[in-house]
Design a protein around this ligand. Sequence first.
Ligand SMILES: NC(=O)c1ccc[n+]([C@@H]2O[C@H](COP(=O)([O-])OP(=O)(O)OC[C@H]3O[C@@H](n4cnc5c(N)ncnc54)[C@H](OP(=O)(O)O)[C@@H]3O)[C@@H](O)[C@H]2O)c1
Length: 407
Amino acid sequence: MGSGDRRLDLVVFGATSFVGQILCRHLVKRHGTDGPLRWAIAGRSVDKLDAVARSSGADVERIVADAADEVALADLAATTRVVVSTVGPYALHGSTLVAAVAAAGTDYCDLTGEPQWMRRMIDAHQAEAQASGARVVHACGFDSIPSDLGVWFTQQRALEAFGAPCEQISMRVHRMKGGASGGTIASMVNLVEEAAADPALRTLLADPYALNPADLRTGPPQPDTTRPTRDPDTGEWSAPFVMAAVNTRVVQRSHALLGRRWGPGFRYDEAMSTGTGPLGAAKASGLVAGLGAGMGMVAFGPTRDLARRVLPKPGEGPSPDAQLAGSFDLRFSGVTAAGDRIHTKVTGDRDPGYGATARMLGEAAVALLDIDHDEVGGGFWTPSTAFGDRLLERLEAHAGMSFDVLG
Ligand SMILES: NC(=O)c1ccc[n+]([C@@H]2O[C@H](COP(=O)([O-])OP(=O)(O)OC[C@H]3O[C@@H](n4cnc5c(N)ncnc54)[C@H](OP(=O)(O)O)[C@@H]3O)[C@@H](O)[C@H]2O)c1
């Protein structure tokens, strides 16, 4: 069941995407093009791949494959130990590749933040991936690595300090500076379109346990910030965080895969922190109004078409200067059943969705090569359950991220 005898270690599928190009530059910097890492770039156009090879320095083998071409993707999957994909929206373009890696026993990671598609892939391919040995890890970008590893880190430190895990953890986005790419906007628009047409999907998206294995899809009600909310202890205001609907589901899947070792009542929530006092309240209200207007615009056909025209298109995204100026700072507050409290933070330099995401994805993809199948077998994992501290250390050393205890 091993894939150790493959010709290549890693293939970047979607090397031409906005994130894929940044990922290629990161891999060139970290591993070169003729070092021990045997890697290739893949996409649907050889001309575009050649252009990326020139601009990023990734002068490695080019593999031409369309996301819908079952034969080409089966060949690609059989050639390499790991595939890393940025070809999205994944719900539109990702399924054939996941089927191919699950059949071939090839490890895989991606950047999807589309819970409905992750659930479809888990339902369709978990058994086959377990049998073939393919380890599939979705959500290896800003959604959901900082959240998932942040909770993992907070629980390890709580266990060391108190001998018990936190029964509740809240994450507040303290700072997040960055832009959005056309690919991300296309994924969000597709999700809203799918949900508008399908009531069952709306039910699934509202379920905090939607990504859990079938026998673990129940649990306590989970906190959810849907309007401006003031914390009575700190006076801090918060507003809904748009990525919470993905991240909280990934964290709950991690907990389920870990055998619910943080207790059957474990609760986790995320929100944007907007500060204290009248200004904090006004910012929270502004964020709620902006989010509502944005969602309304995308949900309604005519305004959705307008949004598509004015927002960044696939292939477009924040400028190099904006990526460098970006950063994020996430704060986690945990409390144990005995009332012991812990505060941690996860920070990163660069634009969270692009400069930071591309490095997270690259480090995750290469980390997969070092993980023994006896330790992590085939199946659908989450970042913390597949990698744990191994990825955390790589992110601190090579991706500008830091995990710290505040007290
Ligand atoms: N998790 C996170 O935090 C995070 C952050 C950023 C982005 N994302 C997600 O990552 C994905 C990539 O984002 P992006 O902005 O980099 O996207 P993008 O620039 O729009 O790129 C899309 C990629 O998909 C390729 N593609 C589209 N249709 C294809 C087909 N039929 N066959 C082969 N390739 C095809 C495109 O190839 P061509 O160049 O040939 O058109 C391009 O490489 C999106 O799904 C986005 O939502 C997630």
